[in-house]
Design a binder for this molecule. Structure first.
Ligand code: HEM
Length: 422
């Protein structure tokens, strides 16, 4: 394929030489939370498969809305690369820019390129492949039961805070082999560093997480176990301690937020859509269907920042300059009318979505499978334990988090007949 990716050129608007285009769409605001599908459809109609956008503070970038263009960008990682230090806009970005946690370069697998990326991502994949998925499922059942036990007697809960958020974090920490005695301190610090509440200090929490992971490395070096950390220490890539610490934090963070929102968005679908109501008491048959549907309609990583052009090129009829930032519009690409499987009988059983991205930097094998074990166990155990669970309020009262990056609920308040603690 040439630099000109497949896909129609934009149907309207002047050709843009840079993303600071007069028509650029601010990548913020309520429509991204409330009606993103309609918004992306609108943007596609006005701008074609690649739209000029403005990030926080009016920083220009490109949003890839087309499925084919997204495949092109992620497949050609030597042209659209991952190291954010390539950005030609750094001079206009203040140090306290809100998106800095996502784009500020860190020496982790996330920003590595070429052979270095293969070395780091290969070690992660090899360490994850050895996770016994039956054991993971069993562990998630225990964790789910414990979390439900904590609120089962109340007859009401917020399934995001009380269930969907802690479960994948506990599963990821367990895969890394952290002793149970250290779990609660680690969860507290990781939660603060990933998603600080008002008055909390995410930087101090992050430094404590780093120190705890270094401590974990020291103990696994002395006494290896059947866990991801021990396997990364022993890996033939010969990773330095700092590399393993960075990459374990990336793995845990990458597992927590999207899997939590995958669980929450699937539960929301099952609790609000009549197609799932009839099987609600049985539950099991429809959890997989809801989880798959959510990856097409409400994917947890709505937009991902990003890739940086290594030279001037063309994409979807746009001229992209060397160093321009390209945002992966994963949700938009999934709803691209050119590839939607609806005409073929719907999304059921079809996993051609790009919710785990694509290409060299995609969510690494077998992380999507592990995420599915965690998410399906969570949904199934919850429906088994609380068969009459229902929303506490009207579906329209559910609020999405104010983010253009992650698609997840602020809270998922439910009620149910008080259940026995098991
Ligand atoms: C056990 C759970 C998970 C683990 C351990 C995990 C791990 C990772 C890691 C290590 C990366 C960085 C890959 C790289 O830069 O080379 C990554 C990227 C990513 N993951 Fe996952 N992940 C998990 C669950 C999920 C879920 C549930 C979703 C969404 C449905 C998701 C979507 C993504 C996306 C969109 C990327 C960005 C890929 C890119 O740069 O193109 N992940 N994941």
């Amino acid at each position: 394929m040439t630099d000109q990716a497949a896909g129609a050129p934009p149907s309207a608007g002047p050709p843009a030489g840079c993303p600071a285009h007069p028509d650029a769409v601010a990548l913020s605001g309520l429509p991204f939370q409330q009606t993103p599908a309609r918004l992306y459809q609108d943007m596609r109609r006005r701008h074609g498969p690649v739209a000029p956008v403005l990030l926080d503070g009016g920083i220009p970038a490109w949003l890839v809305l087309g499925y084919r263009e997204l495949h092109y960008v992620t497949t050609n990682d030597e042209l659209f690369a991952r190291d954010s230090r390539r950005w030609n806009a750094w001079d206009s970005i203040p140090p306290d820019w809100p998106l800095m946690p996502f784009v500020g370069y860190q020496p982790s697998v996330l920003f590595a390129e070429g052979a270095e990326h293969q070395r780091r991502a290969g070690a992660i994949s090899d360490a994850l492949v050895e996770v016994d998925q039956f054991e993971l499922r069993r562990h998630c059942e225990h964790v789910a039961d414990d979390l439900i036990n904590a609120f089962a007697g109340r007859g009401q809960a917020d399934l995001m805070a009380d269930f969907a958020h802690p479960l994948p974090l506990l599963a990821a920490i367990w895969m890394c082999g952290l002793p149970e005695s250290e779990t609660s301190d680690m969860v507290k610090d990781l939660t603060t560093s990933l998603d600080a509440a008002e008055g909390e200090d995410p930087v101090a929490a992050y430094l404590r997480v780093q120190a705890r992971i270094q401590g974990l490395l020291d103990s696994k070096r002395a006494a290896p176990g059947p866990d991801v950390t021990s396997r990364m220490l022993a890996h033939q890539a010969g990773l330095a301690d700092e590399e393993i610490v960075q990459d374990l934090i990336s793995v845990i963070a990458a597992a927590q937020q999207p899997t939590a929102n995958w669980i929450g968005n699937a539960l929301r679908l099952m609790l609000t859509d009549d197609r799932f109501a009839v099987t609600m008491s049985g539950g099991r048959g429809s959890a997989g269907q809801a989880l798959n549907e959510v990856l097409w309609e409400d994917t947890p990583t709505q937009n991902f920042i990003g890739r940086w052009a290594t030279r001037d090129t063309q994409l979807g009829g746009r001229h992209i300059k060397e160093g321009d930032c390209v945002v992966l519009g994963l949700a938009a690409a999934n709803t691209d009318p050119e590839v939607r499987p609806d005409a073929l009988g719907g999304v059921a059983g079809n996993s051609a979505h790009v919710s785990f991205s694509h290409g060299e930097h995609r969510c690494p094998y077998p992380a999507p499978e592990l995420a599915e074990v965690i998410a399906s166990t969570a949904v199934e155990v919850l429906l088994d334990r609380l068969p009459d669970v229902s929303l506490s309020g009207a579906p329209e009262e559910l609020a999405w988090r104010p983010s253009v990056w992650m698609r997840g609920l602020d809270a998922l308040p439910v009620r149910f007949t008080s259940a026995y603690v098991v």
